[in-house]
Design a protein around this ligand. Structure first.
Ligand code: PLP
Length: 550
C-alpha cells in the first residue's frame, strides 16, 4: 500500500520543533499510537491513509481529523528509527503491533505545516522485532544480559534437570554478588548496632548505614538524603503514610482517589484508613487494555480529594502511568500525591524531583537488593509535620515517664534496631543499577517485552495476552493465559522445565475482577533476563498445551 501526495513545497524550512518533539516523545516511550498532534499540523492538501483504519486515503486536514475521530485507533505504534534526510523531511519507520506490519512514514512540511504524508509498507516484513533489529541505530548504552548474568550466582543452576529460567522478577529480583558480599562483609566484619556504639565497628556500621541512605537518595534524585526513610518494603512505606499522614489529615467525607489497577499494598491501607476516619475512596477506571482513563480522573478531581495514590507501573499489566501529568492534575486541586514505585524504581529511571509527587514508596528486594528492604521518600516538610508511625527506641530525642520528644527525620520513622545489613546491601544494589544505567535497563526490558509480545502469540496457539500491546507503554511484565488451563497448572508444569513464572491474582484481585479474569500467569524481567528466556517460555507453554490436550 502506498499513498502519496507531493504538493509543491514553496519554502524550505527547518523541521518544526513541535514535530521533532513529538517523535522524541514516541522514542522515549511515553506516547504511542496517537497522531493527533501531527494531524493538527497538516495542511488542507495533505492526504493520509492509516493502516489501522479500514479505508482511505483521507484528503485534507478536516477529513483526516474526522477519520481519526470516527475510528479511534485500536492499534499501537512503535517508532523503530527516525532519520532526517533533509531539513524539511523526517522519515520514521513504524511498527503497528496488532496488525504486525511495519511501514515508513515520510513527513515533510512547508513552514510550520505538514504538506506531505507518505505511508510505505514493506510487504515482506511482518516481524516487528526483526524490523527493530534491522533498524538503524542500536540503543546508546546497550546492556549485555549475558555478561550481567555472571554476577548472579543463583542463575547458574539446574532445576528439575533444566537450567533455571527465572521469570518472576516482578515478585522479587535476584541479587548480584556485590550485594551478597556487602551484606556478608557487614556480618563478618562490623556487625554492630547503629547510632549508639561509641566504638570502631559501631561507628563503621552507622557510617555505612547512612552512606546507603545517601546512595538510595542519589539513585532516585531526592534533594536531601534525610527525606529517605528505610522501611521493610513498599507495603510498609505506604502504611507509614496511611497511618501517620492519613490519621492526621483524613476526616469525615474526605476523598482519596486510587485506581482500579492498584496492588493490594496500595489499596488495603487506604480502605482501613477511610473506614476509621469515615472518608471515601474513589477509583480511576481503566480501559480494557489496562490504561488509566484520565478523563474520568479529571471528573473525580472535582471531588477535591485530599490524596491521590497510584502505581507508577502496574505489577500485573505492566502499564506505565503518566505520573507527571497526573501529579499536575492532582496538585491543581490541592491534593497530595503518593506514588507506589515498587515496579518502577527497579526498571526505569526515577527522578522524584522531576515527577513532582509528594510521597514515593518502593521495595529494595525488587531492585536487586535484599529481602526485607525498601524505602519511602517524602518531601521534608511533610515528614517533619507527620507524627511517628511506630514508636520506641531510636526514634526519640528525650523520653520522660509521661511524654517524649521525637528524633529528627528520617530517624523519627525508624523505630527500633534497623535492618542494617539489608540497608547496606540496598545501597550497593542502587549503585549496581546506577552503573548499568537505568536508561539501558529500560531499553533492555522494552526490547524483551516487544520480543515476548511478538513471539508468544506467534509460537503459542491461542495464548491470551493482557495489558497495553505496545512495549513503549509497559514495564517488563507479560501477563497471559492459556484458554482452558488454570494458570496454577501452567506454572506447575513450567516448573518441571525449570521455568519460574508467577500464577494467581498477583495481589490485584480488583483488577482481575475488572478484567473478568479469575487469575493470570505472569512472566517478568530484570537485567539478567534474555530473549532465550522468552523462547524457553514459549517452548514450555507448548509442552503445557500438549499435556492438557489443548
Ligand atoms: C506495584 C506494587 N506495589 C506494592 C508491592 C508490595 O511490595 P512489597 O511486597 O515489597 O511490600 C508490590 C509487590 O509486588 C507491587 O508490585
Amino acid at each position: 500500500m502506498a499513498v502519496e501526495t507531493r504538493p509543491e513545497v514553496a519554502e524550505p524550512a527547518p523541521i518544526a520543533p513541535l514535530f521533532a518533539a513529538h517523535i522524541a516523545r514516541f522514542n522515549a516511550g511515553v506516547q504511542s499510537g496517537d497522531f493527533r498532534d501531527m494531524i493538527s499540523h497538516f495542511t488542507d492538501d495533505a492526504t493520509a491513509t492509516f493502516v489501522s483504519l479500514p479505508f482511505g486515503p483521507f484528503r485534507g486536514r478536516a477529513e483526516i481529523e474526522q477519520a481519526y475521530r470516527d475510528h479511534p485507533p485500536d492499534d499501537t505504534i512503535d517508532v523503530l528509527s527516525t532519520t532526517e534526510p533533509d531539513e524539511r523531511t523526517i522519515v520514521a519507520r513504524f511498527a503497528w503491533h496488532r496488525t504486525r506490519q511495519t511501514g515508513t512514514i515520510r513527513l515533510g512540511h512547508r513552514g510550520e505545516d505538514l504538506t506531505e504524508l507518505t505511508v510505505e509498507f514493506d510487504p515482506g516484513v511482518d516481524d516487528v522485532d526483526a524490523a527493530r533489529s534491522a533498524s538503524s541505530s542500536p540503543p546508546a548504552s546497550a546492556l549485555d544480559p549475558y555478561a550481567l548474568r555472571r554476577d548472579f550466582p543463583i542463575l547458574d543452576q539446574e532445576i528439575n534437570g533444566h537450567p533455571l529460567v527465572y521469570l518472576d522478577s516482578a515478585s522479587t529480583s535476584q541479587k548480584p554478588r556485590v550485594v551478597l558480599e556487602a551484606m556478608d562483609a557487614y556480618y563478618r566484619e562490623y556487625n554492630a548496632n547503629v547510632h549508639r556504639g561509641i566504638y570502631t565497628i559501631g561507628e563503621k556500621a552507622t557510617a555505612e548505614y547512612e552512606r546507603a541512605r545517601a546512595k538510595l537518595a542519589r539513585f532516585i534524585n531526592a534533594p536531601d538524603a534525610h527525606e529517605v526513610v528505610f522501611t521493610r518494603n513498599a507495603t510498609e512505606a505506604i502504611n507509614l503514610v496511611a497511618y501517620s499522614w492519613g490519621r492526621r489529615n483524613i476526616n469525615r467525607g474526605d476523598a482519596i482517589v486510587l485506581t482500579e489497577m492498584e496492588h493490594h499494598a496500595n489499596l488495603v491501607p487506604w480502605q482501613l484508613l477511610v473506614q476509621e476516619r469515615d472518608g471515601d475512596l474513589e477509583f480511576i477506571p481503566i480501559t480494557d487494555d489496562g490504561v488509566l482513563r484520565l478523563e474520568v480522573f479529571e471528573v473525580l478531581l472535582k471531588l477535591r480529594p485530599k490524596l491521590v495514590a497510584f502505581t507508577h507501573v502496574s505489577n500485573t499489566l505492566g502499564t506505565i502511568n503518566p505520573v507527571r501529568e497526573m501529579v499536575e492534575m492532582a496538585h491543581a486541586v490541592g491534593a497530595l500525591v503518593l506514588v507506589d514505585g515498587a515496579q518502577a524504581v527497579p526498571h526505569v529511571a526515577v527522578d522524584v524531583q522531576e515527577l513532582g509527587a509528594d510521597f514515593y514508596a518502593f521495595s529494595g528486594h525488587k531492585m536487586l537488593g535484599p529481602m526485607g528492604s525498601g524505602a519511602l521518600w517524602a518531601r521534608r516538610e511533610l515528614l517533619e509535620a507527620m507524627p511517628p508511625f511506630l514508636s520506641g527506641g531510636e526514634m526519640i530525642r528525650e523520653v520522660h515517664l509521661r511524654r517524649s520528644d521525637f528524633n529528627d527525620i528520617p530517624w523519627k520513622f525508624e523505630a527500633g534496631t534497623p535492618a542494617v545489613g539489608d540497608a547496606i546491601g540496598l545501597g550497593i544494589a542502587a549503585e549496581y543499577l546506577g552503573a548499568i544505567g537505568m536508561d539501558a535497563v529500560r531499553e533492555h526490558e522494552r526490547d524483551l517485552v516487544a520480543y515476548a509480545l511478538d513471539v508468544l502469540p506467534r509460537e503459542v496457539p491461542d495464548i491470551e495476552l493482557y495489558g497495553p500491546m505496545s512495549a513503549n507503554l509497559r514495564g517488563g511484565v507479560v501477563p497471559f493465559n492459556l484458554p482452558g488451563i488454570h494458570p496454577h497448572d501452567v506454572a506447575q508444569v513450567l516448573d518441571r522445565y525449570g521455568i519460574a513464572v508467577r500464577a494467581g491474582h498477583h495481589c490485584t484481585m480488583p483488577l482481575h475482577e475488572r478484567l473478568d479474569l479469575a487469575a493470570t500467569a505472569r512472566a517478568s524481567f530484570q537485567v539478567y533476563s534474555t530473549r532465550e528466556d522468552v523462547d524457553a517460555l514459549a517452548a514450555g507453554l507448548i509442552e503445557v498445551q500438549k499435556l492438557f490436550g489443548a
